[in-house]
Design a protein around this ligand. Structure first.
Ligand code: ADP
Ligand code: SF4
Length: 711
């Protein structure tokens, strides 16, 4: 890594140390708590990921939320119910401290946000309340003894957090997810005692939790409040009007740090489709006016100039980041060293959020090493030098081919990267031209920027590669990254065989539309893909004057986007834009001038008039070149000096851009993408628990345990 270059002096302000109560952050880069799908299930993966952030220069690295008690149990996150959980957390703090960062922990109790399906504890809330979502579980109202007990649990967790090595301890009152936030909210809190009614009463618990933590560990640990602002009552905010301002004013000097963001999470973690960099500024800028304590806020900050404006303009003291730190764990160091062109900017797609929602290790469209730090030993900045004599040809410069060429080039391989188009980028170029997806272009831009500085990589745009050309290329390893195309026969999830009667009506695919071949008039858009494509095409077609009837077999529009926290916003937009939206409905046939629809439950059919149908269904690999090379007679490849032909990206398995980038990176690291007989990554097995000490009075269990142990 080139650390000899220096940054322009206007960025120096980002590298000033900032005091947070009894501790000092070495600069203003603050990785705020963020979920990652690893938590307690993949502790070493989580610890290694946090350590990499610290290595990348973040002055503060926080964990995700950490439950203080089994009555507020968020299955995917960390826990600190008692000292049995300390070693797992200490693994993370050790990694964070290795690089001189401060370690923060977000202590949490989810109250009525969680149904406690695992622990079976009846959830607790300020007032009797149904739990979130559709779980048939009701949270009971806490009595005074419960409140005292909760304070005790929180305080004990703070003490154990210090024992685990944390420097900053959060009291979490954000996102409408946490018990202290529920006490603050008129919507959740209908109590008539000293914890309900006036704002002062509703804020009592939050105040007590901070005071308890300060009293217990505040001499050496900073105590932070994380709170959500800027929302209306129906979105789960603090009251009939946004009372967050008043709470922050009331408790202004109480914590050592204010971490302020939007509530609920869908507002805080908005995708680029719905928000710009710095979108939270107008909601949080008041905070510094009411407190002398440092303030951290977020807003998908990737531009160093925007960061400086946030500090100099008096909005923030710390540049908070979750997603930008995932896309580029080395963001601070790159700014510090003036290597701005190396910053791998977050594209705001929320595939990271989806990993957490789906309880799998964090992944990122821009950073293929994310979540793979421990289990595969992948570092986001350092690649092992080449260990074979291969020269590599990659055909296809979409996200898979670009990433493969980039990472192979950095390993020192000699690489040819060819694409038939005059501009590299493949699907990223096409898709980033769709409504709201402009930032996605960063996926190809960053890689092209890196590639242009690698003398051992030769870029060959405007070259349609044939099998003969491959044989003449004098390369020993061939990567075929020729992508995928959308199907035009309707085969996908609802239809495993083609939809009957396609000749009756003009049929369009997303590829047609992205290539500028657009339908006109009344269009049925059949979305059996369920991610972003159907929704953005509907937006595009309405913008071009079409009347769009969106049909989807799922009960929600773009249903996968529930995982990327944008489904509600998308459905709202689609309902506003489209002439009609038919959910739980499939296309059963196509006729001249009409499309036959059928209920997915009853099969009952009806016909809607249409001038065209757009099929957003399955995709097929563009693997003709691969098949041709694979089908060559024995010895032909060897005679051309080719030892292996490998498919990667969408050509191997059509999917999301993140998967294509990961596939390209895997190819660059292992020179293959095939399945292996051995498991190519480390696993962390749970420790069998029979030998652990049991609570008093558990004699029966002890006997059962002995029995199980002895046979
Ligand atoms: P992925 O997501 O797997 O990277 P893309 O569809 O984005 O796939 O990119 C595939 C790229 O391959 C496209 O840019 C396309 O132009 C290019 N391509 C496909 N076939 C050939 C070929 N025979 N020669 C050169 N380029 C090709
Ligand atoms: Fe940003 Fe997307 Fe990566 Fe998340 S997955 S950090 S939103 S680029």
């Amino acid at each position: 890594m080139d650390s000899t270059r220096s940054r322009p002096s206007r960025f120096d302000i980002l590298f000033e140390p900032v005091k947070i109560g009894p501790v000092t952050a070495k600069n203003r880069f603050f990785q705020v708590p963020h979920c990652n799908g690893m938590g307690r299930a993949y502790p070493s993966s989580m610890a290694a990921m946090r350590g990499i952030k610290a290595e990348g220069g973040w002055a503060v690295v926080c964990t995700e939320q950490c439950d203080v008690h089994y009555s507020g149990n968020h299955l995917r996150e960390l826990r600190l119910w008692d000292d049995q959980d300390i070693p797992l957390l200490a693994r993370a703090t050790e990694q964070i401290h290795r690089y001189g960062a401060l370690a923060g922990v977000e202590l949490a109790h989810n109250g009525s946000y969680v149904p406690n399906l695992d622990t079976r504890a009846i959830p607790i809330a300020p007032s009797l309340a149904a739990t979130r979502g559709n779980f048939p579980v009701t949270a009971r109202a806490m009595d005074k003894a419960d409140i005292r007990a909760f304070r005790r649990w929180h305080r004990t967790a703070a003490v154990n957090a210090r024992r685990a090595g944390f420097d900053i301890i959060y009291v979490y009152a954000g996102h409408d997810m946490a018990l202290p936030a529920h006490f603050l909210s008129r919507r959740h809190n209908q109590r008539t005692d000293e914890y309900g009614g006036s704002l002062e009463n509703r804020a009592r618990l939050l105040r007590e939790l901070v005071e308890d933590a300060k009293e217990a560990v505040g001499d050496t640990c900073a105590i932070a409040i994380r709170i959500g602002v800027g929302t209306l009552v129906e979105a789960g905010g603090l009251g009939p009007r946004d009372e967050a301002h008043d709470v922050i004013e009331m408790l202004a000097e109480l914590p050592d740090l204010w971490d302020v963001n939007l509530t609920p999470f869908e507002k805080d973690g908005q995708t680029a489709r719905f928000s710009q960099e710095g979108f939270q500024q107008e909601y949080v800028k008041f905070v510094k006016g009411v407190t002398t304590k440092p303030v951290v806020g977020v807003g998908r900050f990737t531009s160093p100039d925007t960061m400086v404006t946030m500090i100099k303009g008096g909005t923030l003291d710390f540049i908070g980041a979750a997603r930008p730190s995932i896309a580029d764990p080395f963001l601070p160091r790159k700014i510090e060293e003036g290597r701005f062109e190396d910053i791998r900017e977050c594209i705001g797609c929320n595939i990271c959020v989806a990993s957490d929602k789906l309880s799998v290790p964090l992944r990122c469209t821009q950073n293929p090493t994310m979540g793979e730090e421990w289990r595969r030993g992948w570092h986001p900045e350092y690649l092992p030098p080449k260990d074979t004599d291969d020269t590599v040809m990659i055909i296809g410069g979409g996200p898979a081919g670009l990433e493969a060429a980039c990472a192979l080039g950095k390993r020192g391989y000699s690489v040819l990267l060819a694409d038939r188009e005059r501009e590299f980028g493949g699907r990223v170029l096409r898709e980033s031209a769709l409504p709201g997806l402009a930032t996605w272009r960063r996926v190809s831009e960053w890689r092209l920027g890196q590639l242009r500085r690698l003398p051992n990589v030769q870029l060959l745009p405007g070259n349609e590669i044939t099998a003969e050309m491959v044989l003449e290329a004098e390369c020993s390893l061939i990567g075929v990254a020729t992508g995928a195309r959308w199907r035009d026969d309707g085969v996908g999830r609802a239809h495993r065989v083609p939809i009957p009667g396609p000749a009756g009506l003009p049929v369009f695919t997303p590829d047609d539309i992205m290539a500028g071949r657009l339908p006109t008039g009344r269009v049925v858009l059949f979305d059996d893909d369920h991610y972003y494509m159907g929704g953005v095409l509907a937006e595009l077609l309405v913008g071009r004057g079409c009347e769009v009837v969106l049909v989807t077999p799922d009960s929600l529009v773009s249903s996968y986007t529930q995982n990327t926290a944008e489904q509600g916003a998308i459905q709202r937009r689609i309902l506003e834009l489209c002439a009609d939206v038919q959910v739980s409905t499939t296309v059963s046939g196509v006729e001249p001038g009409a499309v036959r629809l059928a209920s997915v439950f009853t099969g009952r059919e009806r016909t809607v008039e249409a001038d065209a149908i757009v099929l957003v269904t399955g995709s097929q690999p563009v693997d003709g070149l691969y098949q041709e090379l694979d089908g060559l007679a024995d010895g032909v490849l060897a005679a051309a000096g080719i030892r292996k032909v490998v498919r990667l990206g969408d050509c191997l398995g059509p999917g999301i851009i993140a998967a294509a980038v990961h596939s390209g990176h895997l190819f660059a690291r292992t020179l293959d993408t095939g399945l292996t007989d051995w498991t190519p990554f480390r696993r962390e097995n749970v420790e069998l628990g029979w030998d652990l000490p049991l609570p008093p009075g558990s004699e029966t269990l002890r006997l059962l345990g002995d029995g199980a142990t002895h046979g």
